[in-house]
Design a protein around this ligand. Structure first.
Ligand SMILES: [Zn+2]
Ligand SMILES: [Zn+2]
Length: 269
């Protein structure tokens, strides 16, 4: 039986705490059989070596990040599988830069995330006010347009926090359902998975990503699922795992997937 957490950060991103090894140890204590370390990719689409020190590792830190994860894989071999992953931003027009950045490494799983929407972060502190300023429907439509492009890009194995724009409580307006459905269809067509993440339960919206209706659509479309916590502290590893598994089952899911070398394997739920 595969007991997994597929979205775990490290202190390198500048907004997570604790030693990476402690994330693995906490996962072990929670009964995980595998943990994918997936820190934020360097912000390759913004100028400069370290454009936002509180948001992501630098380009220079990427090789040592990979080395650390591979060393943990060796140390914990036989107790818990430590996977080499990364959470990579999707940035329209910068696809080749990301491809080149990821190419040197033998990833187990590459998460695809849309955090940067219409010229700004959709999830940073204070970003909730953008919904009032710029129009919630505009933001949601643009957000889902980018999720669909990201899914279709072939760059990613798993789409993260599929309805992230709700983070501060601004739920998807009814008129944006077509954009949401197009993103689901794009994920289905590309064969990418989606995460069921407990992170939303810790945010103002108070609901897992994706919410029940959207999760039902993803399952009905045949989009595979992974489970994740989006941990930014060791104690968050496997946090809310029972809730996200229950949410997947309630949505009709019969299995989840694991990845090795970017190849998915299904497991019964
Ligand atoms: Zn993210
Ligand atoms: Zn994350």
């Amino acid at each position: 039986m595969a007991v997994t957490d597929y979205h775990v950060h490290t202190a390198r991103c500048g907004h997570a705490g604790g030693a990476t090894r402690d994330y693995v140890l906490h996962g072990l204590s929670r009964g995980l059989t595998e943990i994918a370390i997936t820190d934020h990719v360097p912000l390759y689409f913004l100028p400069g070596e370290d454009p936002e020190p509180g948001l992501a590792m630098t380009r220079g830190e990427l090789p040592e990040y990979v080395e650390e994860v591979l060393a943990l894989r060796e140390e914990f071999r036989g107790r818990i599988d430590v996977l080499l992953g990364i959470e990579a931003d999707y940035a329209e027009g910068h696809e080749e830069t990301l491809t080149a950045l990821l190419a040197p490494y033998d990833w187990d799983v590459v998460l695809g995330s849309v955090h940067f929407v219409a010229g700004g972060w959709i999830d940073a502190p204070g970003a909730g006010a953008r919904h009032e300023r710029e129009g919630s429907a505009n933001l949601w439509n643009e957000y889902y347009r980018l999720v669909a492009k990201a899914a279709a890009s072939g760059l990613f194995d798993v789409m993260t926090h599929f309805d992230l724009a709700k983070k501060f409580g601004h739920r998807r307006p009814p008129e944006c359902e077509a954009a949401e459905d197009a993103a689901v269809a794009a994920a289905r067509a590309a064969g990418v998975a989606a995460e069921v993440s407990s992170a939303g339960l810790r945010k103002p919206v108070g609901e897992e990503y994706p919410g029940p209706a959207l999760l039902g659509k993803l399952v009905a479309a045949g989009v595979p699922l992974v489970f994740s916590s989006d941990s930014h502290a060791p104690a968050e590893v496997a946090w809310g795992r029972e809730q996200v598994v229950a949410a997947a089952k309630a949505a009709g899911a019969k299995e989840h997937v694991t990845f090795r070398k970017r190849v998915p394997t299904p497991h019964p739920l």
